[in-house]
Write a protein that binds this ligand. Structure first.
Ligand code: ADP
Length: 240
């Protein structure tokens, strides 16, 4: 399904913001490749390097390079047509796909990620690649936030989706991390705002551009028991 609002917005520069988002996405596999390369170098320089361990590390590098390639291919296709196509998307499928990719490398017992999606949550009208970017940004931030929670504290990320009474679907990502800086809640969504040593500060800015282009809203609330919840809404896809 072709969405005129998205096409119009893309002409006004949303594609530029999206490109920055893609840079952000591609940066992740690049950082991973660098880390694997460092590990391989350290390992090869060790006393009795084992060839199979090196092959394992090189295979990881190859997988990450492929991942970066897929992201670039997707955005090329998007730029070639110059159009953004919105289609009926199931949020639970998008969340599952993103989760699978993000948590594949996580140590199993460190963080508990749970998903609570109402069975009858209706599909939304969205560009699937852009929706994946938003969900990946929120999830990655939540996972990073719990990673730095004090030792002994619960490390939990909960993703929920529900239909609202206003014909929208609301997705929330709640974490038990350190919480967002309360005096800068609006600034979090500004381009280049980051409190992380190696943060680009583009994840939330791009997410806001995408969500608003789809006719939704995105915001953040502190959790009463600590941590933060990021939420966004998208209109329910009409028709049968
Ligand atoms: P980056 O992750 O590169 O810093 P983002 O735009 O994704 O860029 O996030 C901007 C800032 O918002 C982060 O640096 C952090 O201060 C804050 N933030 C985002 N998500 C969370 C979260 N789940 N918990 C606490 N703070 C967060």
């Amino acid at each position: 399904m072709y969405c005129a609002r998205l096409a119009n917005l893309s002409k006004q520069g949303a594609l530029g913001a999206l490109a920055t988002g893609i840079a952000h996405e591609v940066n992740q596999p690049l950082v991973a490749i660098k880390n694997y390369a460092r590990a391989a170098k350290r390992y090869a320089e060790g006393e009795s390097p084992d060839g199979s361990k090196l092959v394992e590390l090189i295979a990881e590098m190859e997988a990450e390079a492929n991942r970066a390639g897929v992201i670039i291919q997707k955005i090329r296709a998007l730029l070639r047509t110059g159009q953004v196509h919105a289609e009926r998307c199931s949020l639970s499928t998008v969340v599952r796909d993103v989760l699978r990719e993000l948590t594949a490398k996580m140590p199993a017992d460190r963080t508990r990620v749970s998903m609570k999606i109402e069975v009858d949550v209706p599909p939304v009208l969205a560009d699937p690649l852009q929706l994946q970017l938003v969900v990946a940004n929120l999830l990655r931030n939540a996972l990073e936030s719990v990673e730095f929670a004090p030792a002994g504290d619960a490390k939990r990320v909960t993703i929920s989706a529900r239909a609202t009474d206003d014909g929208e679907v609301e997705l929330s990502v709640a974490d038990t991390g350190a919480g967002a800086p309360v005096d800068a809640i609006e600034e979090l969504f500004a381009p280049l705002f980051s409190t992380k040593a190696s943060g680009m500060g583009m994840g939330l800015a791009v997410s806001r551009t995408i969500v608003e282009a789809h006719g939704g809203r995105i915001w953040c609330v502190p959790n009463p028991s600590g941590g933060a919840t990021f939420l966004f809404t998208l209109p329910v896809a009409g028709g049968a």
